[in-house]
Design a protein around this ligand. Sequence first.
Ligand SMILES: [Zn+2]
Ligand SMILES: [Zn+2]
Length: 748
Amino acid sequence: MFPPPTRRRLRVTGIVQGVGFRPFVYTLASDARLGGFVGNDTDGVFIEIEGDDETLDRFVADVERQAPPAARIQRIAAEAITPLGDTSFRIVASHHAATGTALVSPDLRTCDDCLAELDDPSDRRSGYPFINCTNCGPRFTITERTPYDRPDTTMAPFAMCNACLAEYEDPADRRFHAQPNACPNCGPVVSAIPPAPDPINDARARIAAGEIVAIKGLGGFHLACDATSDRAVALLRERKGRVDKPFAVMVADLSTAAAIVEIDADEARLLESRERPIVLLRRRGDTAIADLVAPGNGHIGVMLPYTPLHHLLLEAEDCWVMTSGNVSEEPIVTANDEALNRLDGLADAFVVHDRDIHVPCDDSVIRILDGAEYPIRRSRGYAPFPVPLPFDIAPILATGGELKATFCLAAGHDGFMSQHIGDMENLETLDAFTRAVDHFVDLFRIEPEAIATDQHPGYLSTKWADRSPLPTVKVQHHHAHIASVMAEHGTTERVVGFAFDGTGYGTDATVWGGEVLIADYERFDRAGHLSPVLLPGGDAAVRHPGKMALSHLDSAGVPWSDDLPPVASLSGAERSLLATQLKRGINTVPTTSMGRLFDAVSALAGVRQTATYEAQAAIELEALVDLAEGGSYEFGLVEGDGPVVIDPGPVLTSIVDELRDDVAPGVIAARFHAAVAAMIVEMAERIRTRTGIATVGLSGGVFQNVTLTHAAADALGKKGFAVLVHRLVPPNDGGLALGQAVIAATRR
Ligand SMILES: [Zn+2]
Ligand SMILES: [Zn+2]
C-alpha cells in the first residue's frame, strides 16, 4: 500500500541565492526520490515537491536543518497544491518578476576546500587568484541585478570553458551553479602595472623593499606596505596625508596575528569567520609592528586574507598595512582606470585584474565586547544582509548622518543597511551615496514612500533628501541613536537611552552629545544632559582638545594656570584670544557633548592637545587606562524643573587636584571612565524610581570606547537593569539610519 502522493509549493526567503541552495535542494529531493523542481526568482527560491506526506515533512525539515553553510534562511512558507504525478526532480530557469525582494549574499571569504585546491600543484586551479565555489567568493560586490545569475554579475563577459561549464551544470559538483565559477583558461586574470611577468611575486618584492602597492581586492583597492617597516609606513602616511589615524593590517594567518596582538577565543573565531572583518585587538608590548601603524592607540585593527589573491600575496609571518585605496576620506576606488588616476602618486605599483567591482565595499571593523560582536563599521561580509525590524514598516529610505555615512532602505520586516559609504563632506562621497541608494532600490525592489533624515540643516544627506520629491521626516540625532539600539534588539517598550557622542543637532539648535533620553520610537523626553559649555570655533574645536579643556575649566571656575598641560600648550596670545572669545561668545556655540568632555579630560591629563582625526584624544585616553585602578570621580547631578543637568565641574576640579599631586595619567584616565559609568548608573536609577523603566540603551560614538561600555553595562546589569548595547549596527553614526527609519515609519 502506497500513500497517495501530495504536492507542496514552498517559498524559501533569506540568503538562498548564490550559496549553492538549488543544488542542495536538488540533491536532497533526488536522494529522497521526490518529484518536482526548484528555481530562483526575485523573492528567493521556489520549490515544488511531490511525494508522500511523511517524506515531504522530512524534506522540509532537512531544508532548514542542513542548508549550505553560507545560506541564511529567514522563512519557509508552504502550501498544498494539486499533485501532477511528477517523479523526477529538476532545476528550472530563474523567473524575473518585476516585484519581490530577493536577498543578496554578502561576499564570502575563500572556503577551505578552495584553499586546498589553490595549494594543490596538481589541481587545474592551483595558484589561480579567482578560485571560488558555491560556498565562497564574491557576491554583493559583483551583483548588478537580481535574481543572482551570472549574466547579472560582472562575471558576464567571461564565457566558461568546457571544464568549468561541466562543473557548473553538474548537480553533484560543488561548483554547480556557482555564478562566479572560473579557471585560468576562461576567467579573470591578474596583471601588474608597471607590467611584470609574475605580478604576485613582483608585488611581494616591492613590498619587501619598502614600496607601496595598490591592490585590487573584493570591494575596492587597498594600499599595501610592510607594516613592520617604519620607513614604509611613514612613506604611506606622508603620501596619503594621514598623520595619526590608525591603519589596519592584514596578516597571513592566526599565528602571525598572535605575534602582534592578544587574541582570545571569541576574537579568534571572529578573525576566522566567514565575514573576515578587521578585528580591533589589544596590541602586544613586544611586537615587530611599526609604531606608526597605530600611534598612541592601544589596539590594532587586524584581518586575515579573504580572497584567493590575498592568500597568494601573503605568506606566513607577513604583516602588511592594508588601508582603503582612496584620497583622505573620499570613497574607496574600485575601477582600474580610476585607480591609476587617483592613486597615482600614492602607489609605486598596481596589482589589478579584469573582473569589475560593481559595488564599492570597504572592510568591516568589529570588536568583541563581553564575548560578542560589537560593530564599529558594518560593511563587507555583512552588507547587504538586512537587519530584522521590530515591526512591519511601509517602504522608507533613511539617509543617516554625515560622518561614517550609511543609509537604510527598509520595508516590511527588513532594514537593508548599506555598506559604509564614507564621510559625506565632499561631492565624491555624495555621488557614491546616490549611486548606492539607486542600486539598493533596484536590487531589493523597494520604492521608498518617504525619506527620514537628520534634523541638521547643514548635512549633505539632509540637503539631498530635501531635494527629493518625496515627503521627508526629520529625526533628532540622539533619538535616532537610541531607536537604533532598540530596533536591533526588537524592543518596543520605552527605554532610558544614554546617547553620548561628539556632535548632533539639538532641538534647540545647539550641539548636543551628552544626552539622557526617555524614548520610544514615537518620541523622546530629554531627561538629562551634560551642562552646556562653549565650543570655541564651533566644529573646529574637534581638532583642539586643549582649547576644549580650557572652555571646560572656565565653565567649572578653575583658573587657567600654567602648570596645567592644555594651558601650557597655548601661547599667551592664544589664551587671551580664547578668553575673549568665551567671555563674549564670539564664534562659539553651546554644547552638551560627551565626546568633547573626553577630549577636555584627555588634554587635561596631558595626553593630547591637538587632534588629527575624529576622537583621537578620547582613543588615546582610553588606551592609557590603568586597569588595576579602582577609584573614581563624581559628577554633580543638578535637579530642577527641566532635565537633570550633569555637571562635570567636580570631576574636573578633582583631576586638577590630582595632577598637582602627580597622580599618573593612567590612573586619572581610569577614574574618569569609572566616573562616567557611575553617573550612567545613578541617572538610570533615579529615572527608574520615578518612571519604573528598567531597560537602558547605550548608543552614540562615545560607546565605541569598550572600557566605558563594559563598565557601564556591567554596573547596570548588577543593579537589575536590562541593558541594550549594539550588536548588529555600530553605536556611531554608521548605525543612525536604522533608528531614523523606525522612528519615521512609526510617526507616519
Ligand atoms: Zn570555495
Ligand atoms: Zn574555465
